[in-house]
Design a protein around this ligand. Sequence first.
Ligand SMILES: NC(=O)c1ccc[n+]([C@@H]2O[C@H](COP(=O)([O-])OP(=O)(O)OC[C@H]3O[C@@H](n4cnc5c(N)ncnc54)[C@H](OP(=O)(O)O)[C@@H]3O)[C@@H](O)[C@H]2O)c1
Length: 278
Amino acid sequence: MKVLIIGSEGMLGHDLVDILSKENEISTTTIWTLDITDIEKTIKTVKEINPDVVVHAAAFTDVNGSESKKDLAYQVNVIGTRNVAVACRETDSALVYICTDYVFDGTKGTSYYEYDQTNPLSVYGKTKHLGEVYIRDILNKFYIVRTAWLYGFHGPNFVTTMLNLAKTKNSISVVDDQIGSPTYTVDLAKAVAELIKKPAYGIYHITNSGSCSWYEYAKEIFEIAGIDIEVKPVSTEEYPQPAPRPKYSVLENYNWKMEGFEEIRDYKEALRDYMKLL
Ligand SMILES: NC(=O)c1ccc[n+]([C@@H]2O[C@H](COP(=O)([O-])OP(=O)(O)OC[C@H]3O[C@@H](n4cnc5c(N)ncnc54)[C@H](OP(=O)(O)O)[C@@H]3O)[C@@H](O)[C@H]2O)c1
């Protein structure tokens, strides 16, 4: 298949290129070659490539920064995504849109199914959610892939942040009342490669299985790394951040399993594999 990856220089984008290129003919764009906020250029670029599938992994991903840079977050995540969807309609390409657990408010208390009510709390979550809405309005052939807590080799992430902090600190405080599923970008990219083989369009939750708090995640990272450091659990109130985050945003990978795909491996196993290669 001919696959266009938009946002190919991002953390996930890099792994999408590596993995999807094994079985597909790949084209890529980066912010330097295609700014998705430009509708004419987006349509022109997608038309020239004329792909079977577009994987849209570009976004304004600074969750805290989105609170103060609302317009930029809106331009990229809403208008940019609308533009990509319009371009896909012109070429009749299927679209994979990478979305987030932050479309939920986290008050359900148990894992979120694809059919659960969305209610984003932050500007980032709201803009990513509106991206979904545009796609559903504009296209018939789409896979909306909600994922969470990504880490990978090609971008800053929680794992590298923790390991860097441990170089200069003996003690770290980490939030213990937000629960989610850390997800390895390589595992997500492999899942996307499987997904696009079937015209099983719709909304998917795709994360590594298992869940933890940021505190438990940090403890696991230091245990794997063999680093002896004090990790103190703190509440969200004790560690205020500009963007509100859902307290419990574990995503039930329900549609994924209903379509017959294999459960994605446990986050601890994926984390160990990733850290071996750091
Ligand atoms: N990271 C997470 O924990 C997480 C969790 C759930 C969902 N997601 C979603 O997963 C996807 C990939 O995330 P990621 O962590 O790989 O993000 P990332 O590393 O920040 O990559 C996003 C890419 O989009 C590019 N970009 C920004 N504005 C653009 C524009 N106007 N036109 C074209 N490209 C633009 C960025 O370029 P610059 O770097 O030059 O700005 C960057 O290369 C995103 O849709 C994100 O919302 C991420």
